[in-house]
Design a protein around this ligand. Structure first.
Ligand code: ZN
Length: 382
């Protein structure tokens, strides 16, 4: 049977994990439908749209895990659609959700050709949504409580404040917070501040010494100047691990919500210093160059050592980028690993075939690990 996949089943590795005997037939475009979203992805008729799809040949044994994965027949029903495959029109089975969904932004989807970036945007939206089922409920919880005037959730973890009858009230740790802001303005590094605080015996609400990111969080937390921001940031995009501004979310900013620990001028000064430091770091990073996006992800499957990137000088001065097992190239310290050196071109090509898309610095976050042996390159994705 031909099975038409969109959304998360575009992911070849995951699909093959679920359906061991399924085989890829090729990519195609389903015309007259658009991809929509209702907690999970589905498609619905739309004469002006099309959806990039992947066609699979599935065996009867594959249908059971697939039905289970798709939630057939409760969540999804099966339908038959016509689609073009290698110049012929064929019937394909597709799962369609039983209720209506939320639409993707039009500009993200109205493209006739299934492209890499589109598939990535689908995958990202879908993966994000799988985690959303939990966090979204939590967010709605905040939102509802906020509307009822109750917003004590999470506040009892803010250093320097206690939550009393739903209001934030400075406590004995407020001086420590003032000290952190003051030291930062005086030019002390986060590490220096961290050491001083530890010496003073200042702990987090959980009783642990403050870590670097705790201090950065405090320095950028608007709570300390008396404001309250609920729904701080949109859900994170699973590829970039950054908040996805395209995802709708509610932001409720309350000024002078509670007693401030630092004044606004102090808070603003600190934000300006942080901004300048970030700008400097970014500039230095560009001059110095960044490590290759596959660094730390490639491992030798023969001996387990990480792979390192090297430049080989070929004939006529042509340089090749290659990856080689670290165990092999450390001379006497090496473990004598015999894994052959692999050309970067070939490596990238194999990874791209495996994940079904181009790989680059922007989307490399999805690649967890690549294990290279003499006869195989195994790509593990998130
Ligand atoms: Zn090795």
């Amino acid at each position: 049977m031909i099975y038409l996949a969109y959304g998360s089943n575009l992911h070849i590795g995951q699909m093959q994990f679920r359906c061991r005997t399924a085989e890829v037939l090729g990519t195609s475009t389903l015309h007259g439908y658009r991809l929509v979203f209702n907690g999970v992805a589905t498609i619905e008729p739309d004469p002006d749209s099309s959806v990039p799809v992947l066609l699979w040949d599935i065996k009867p044994a594959d249908e059971i895990p697939l039905d289970r994965y798709e939630g057939y027949p409760q969540l999804y029903r099966r339908e038959t659609v016509q689609v073009e495959l290698n110049g012929k029109t064929v019937d394909a089975m597709v799962y369609i959700m039983n209720s209506k969904g939320i639409h993707f932004d039009k500009e993200n989807l109205d493209t006739a050709e299934p492209s890499c970036s589109m598939m990535f945007s689908f995958l990202s939206a879908i993966a994000q949504d799988e985690s959303r089922s939990i966090s979204e409920n939590v967010r709605w919880g905040y939102r509802e409580r906020f509307k009822r005037g109750e917003y004590n959730l999470g506040n009892n973890r803010i250093l320097g404040y206690d939550c009393v009858d739903g209001k934030l009230v400075p406590n004995q740790d407020a001086d420590a917070v003032r000290m952190i802001f003051q030291m930062y303005i005086e030019g002390k590094s986060i590490e220096e501040i961290r050491r001083l605080l530890t010496d003073y015996g200042i702990r987090t609400k959980k009783g642990q010494p403050l870590a670097h990111n705790n201090i950065m969080y405090i320095l950028q937390n608007e709570t300390y100047m008396g404001d309250k921001l609920l729904q701080k940031q949109p859900p994170k995009n699973f590829l970039t691990k950054k908040p996805d501004e395209r995802v709708p979310y509610e932001s409720n900013y309350l000024e002078n919500d509670h007693e401030a620990i630092v004044d606004r001028k102090t808070w603003d000064t600190v934000q300006e210093i942080i901004r300048q430091k970030k700008a400097v770091t970014a500039a230095v990073g560009r001059i110095g160059g960044r490590p290759h996006f596959l660094y730390g992800k490639l491992y030798c499957g023969e001996c387990g050592e990480p792979m390192t990137r090297r430049t080989l000088n070929g004939p006529k001065g042509i340089k090749h980028k290659v990856w080689t097992c670290r165990g092999r190239y450390e001379g006497r310290k090496g473990n004598g690993c015999k894994l052959r050196t692999i050309k970067e071109d070939l490596l990238l090509q194999t990874i791209e075939e495996s994940i079904g898309c181009e790989v680059n610095a922007e989307n490399a976050a999805q690649i967890q690990r690549v294990v290279i042996t003499e006869d195989d390159i195994a790509v593990e994705t998130s």
